[in-house]
Design a protein around this ligand. Structure first.
Ligand code: SF4
Length: 316
């Protein structure tokens, strides 16, 4: 894939989500996590039981969140926290835990509207699976998108069917392509998650993933390194038969290589996973944080004199 495409801001070698949101809303905009009380079809038996082998939902839900609290209370806490930590001025409610389109349309609408009724909320970000977007749900999202910003975040995780089968994902990559096709052109912003590092995959495949996701109509991407987390099937696999995971420098180099192949208009919302230290088995990077990954990747791209998409797309 090689095409002419306009570039991101000249002062950054990659297109970052912070500026994507700031440009969209004209102010520093952050997401506040909301637990809508949903479950997941890959856990409750609708698709499968046991969930994805790497998944422990407790590892990606912020500490301040309690699903027993009302959505209003959850948002109040999140807004206060993001204002203090990041100077955030505008906010999106992020339905993050489990699969946030896995319910009847009526109940989904009640939950979404509860968040949108909060005076600090300018829109929704809804995390879900590619196989959990029935037509009536997409119609609901399309009608909400006429009123405010609506993003649907799809867990791709891997573009390789063999991996998706091994991790008990419960759908193949064509489900992702079909979901993107059905969401596109309806005013709904599409985001995606991708995990690099599954033990059956190789480096070349991770770089090639950039090409594959560049072909999807996504606006932003969250890139995660594989983390082995307590209480998961993958943790048991790791204890029985340890496999290699990225050290910090290997990961920084891979992310830089990946970004060089990624379509330049895709905003990068994450460059690493961030499981809480008490739950993480490997890799252990000490006190290194997500912000440090971003800084090191930026420095590496600058040192190389390259930028997002340079290897695949022609700049003008
Ligand atoms: S990763 Fe997502 S789809 Fe997989 S089991 Fe966990 S909540 Fe369900």
């Amino acid at each position: 894939m090689r095409e002419n495409i306009s570039v991101m801001a000249a002062d950054r070698p990659y297109n970052d989500y912070y500026h994507y949101l700031k440009n969209r809303f004209g102010a520093v905009t952050y997401k506040v996590s909301v637990d809508g009380g949903f479950t997941c079809p890959n856990i409750d038996g609708t698709v499968a039981r046991g969930g994805c082998t790497y998944c422990n939902n407790r590892s990606f839900v912020p500490k301040y969140l309690n699903r027993k609290d009302s959505i209003r209370t959850q948002i109040d806490r999140g807004v206060e926290s993001q204002r203090l930590r990041y100077g955030a001025e505008r906010f999106l409610a992020y339905f993050q835990a489990y699969t946030n389109t896995h319910d009847t349309v009526d109940r989904l609408e009640v939950r979404y509207r509860e968040a949108l009724d909060h005076t600090d909320i300018d829109g929704l970000v809804i995390g879900t699976r590619a196989d959990c977007l029935a037509d009536p749900v997409i119609s609901l999202l399309e009608s909400l998108a006429r009123e405010c910003y609506i993003a649907v975040e799809i867990g791709i995780e891997s573009v390789y069917d063999e991996t998706l089968m091994r991790i008990n994902r419960g759908h193949d990559f064509s489900a992702v392509e079909q979901a993107c096709e059905r969401l596109a052109g309806r005013g709904i912003h599409i985001g995606a998650h991708l995990i690099l590092g599954f033990p059956n995959e190789r480096r070349r495949q991770w770089i090639d993933s950039a090409d594959v996701v560049s072909g999807l109509p996504i606006k932003y991407l969250k890139l995660h390194h594989l983390q082995v987390v307590k209480g998961t099937a993958m943790a048991r696999q790791y204890y029985d038969n340890p496999f290699p995971v990225f050290d910090f420098d290997q990961w920084v180099e891979l992310v830089a290589d990946f970004i060089e192949c990624l379509r330049p208009d895709i905003a990068i919302a994450r460059m690493a996973g961030s499981a809480p230290s008490g739950m993480l088995i490997v890799p252990q990077w000490g006190r290194k944080k997500h912000s440090e990954v971003k800084q090191r990747v930026k420095e590496l791209l600058e040192a190389r004199g390259t930028r997002q998409g340079i290897a695949k797309f022609t700049y003008y």
